[in-house]
Design a protein around this ligand. Structure first.
Ligand SMILES: CC(C)(COP(=O)(O)OP(=O)(O)OC[C@H]1O[C@@H](n2cnc3c(N)ncnc32)[C@H](O)[C@@H]1OP(=O)(O)O)[C@@H](O)C(=O)NCCC(=O)NCCS
Length: 292
């Protein structure tokens, strides 16, 4: 789907669902985001973002965007059932050239039976389209470095770059997806109109990448991490891998490297590929307040 189509964009796939991607509106749709959040992460009530948080996102220049299955529209949700959503809140970074507005995206979720059909990507594309239309050129979010699928989506499909590691960022989390591990996070930086992002979205390598990128380090995550996290007996293995990869990411980032690409093999094992940032991209690194 082209960028311009996204806001009112719809697609018919799998012979079943007509999915519309659009901004959420009204209390019921925001409440549906809360419910999908609980269904997706299974966290306890102290960690749930309430409806008010989404309402504020809409009021202060953030985004709450939903994917709606219009073929299961019921009386309760006449305009379609919410089957995915993503939200962001505005922030300000202090950079060498002055304050820079950006969006911090938090919580991208697609209902399980609708996954792997492009909805997560379409929600991110709509965030990008809407932000650029308002002159906002930067978006960030954090993700778990042990989640192979998310790394693939963020780095390979969307073209985000990563050069920051936050150990135990949220503290202890009751999220089912966390598997009881410390909440280590990588920060994805999405430079919305950069050649890298445009190339990734068009599924082509940038000229810049071919010439300037030299992969100096590879950090692997085996596909079995999902079982290790889910099973009490294997939790120690997951923790050991997390600690080892944490050390390696931190060391690589302290040497000025960044995650530039991410690959998956046929067995589902993932590899972060790190190298020096191209000169043009390194210039966008920011300093001071508002930076994770
Ligand atoms: C992350 C999430 C939103 C993605 O939504 P989605 O609709 O499945 O995403 P898409 O279909 O657009 O893209 C997923 C891509 O990952 C690929 N993928 C699926 N499983 C994978 C795996 N185990 N390893 C690597 N890649 C994988 C898919 O094939 C697809 O790529 P392709 O389009 O090139 O084939 C969804 O999985 C989800 O809700 N997860 C739980 C919550 C979460 O982790 N949110 C993100 C962090 S805040």
């Amino acid at each position: 789907m082209g960028e311009g189509e996204a806001q009112t964009g719809s697609s018919h796939y799998g012979g079943r669902a007509l999915i519309v991607i659009r901004a959420c509106s009204g209390f019921d749709e925001l409440e549906a985001c809360v419910q999908l959040q609980i269904e997706t992460w299974g966290m306890d009530s102290s960690e749930v973002f309430p409806r008010k948080a989404y309402l504020l996102a809409q009021k202060i220049g953030g985004q709450v965007i939903g994917a709606f299955d219009t073929e299961v529209a019921s009386q309760a949700s006449a305009k379609g059932d919410l089957v995915g959503f993503v939200a962001s809140w505005p922030g300000v970074k202090t950079t060498d050239s002055g304050p820079q507005p950006y969006l911090h995206s938090h919580m991208l979720a697609v209902r399980e039976q609708y996954r792997n059909r492009g909805l997560g990507t379409r929600l991110k594309l709509e965030q990008r389209r809407e932000a650029l239309a308002r002159g906002i050129r930067l978006m960030e979010w954090t993700f778990d470095p042990l989640e192979i699928k998310n790394a693939f989506l963020n780095i390979h499909k969307l073209g985000a770059i990563v050069y920051r590691y936050e150990p135990n960022f949220y503290g202890v989390s009751s999220s089912r997806l966390q598997g009881g591990l410390p909440t280590d996070r990588l920060v994805a930086e999405w430079q919305l109109d950069s050649p890298r992002v445009e190339a990734a979205l068009e599924c082509r390598p940038t000229a810049e990448r071919i010439i300037e990128e030299k992969i100096e380090e590879r950090i692997s995550v085996p596909a079995s991490i999902y079982q290790w996290k889910a099973s009490e007996a294997d939790r120690e293995r997951a923790l050991a891998l997390q600690l080892e990869n944490r050390r390696r990411f931190q060391h690589a980032f302290s040497r000025g490297l960044a995650v530039l690409s991410f690959t998956c093999n046929a067995e589902g094992n993932g590899v972060f590929e790190l190298g020096p940032l191209a000169h043009s991209e390194a210039g966008l690194k920011s300093q001071g307040n508002g930076n994770l």
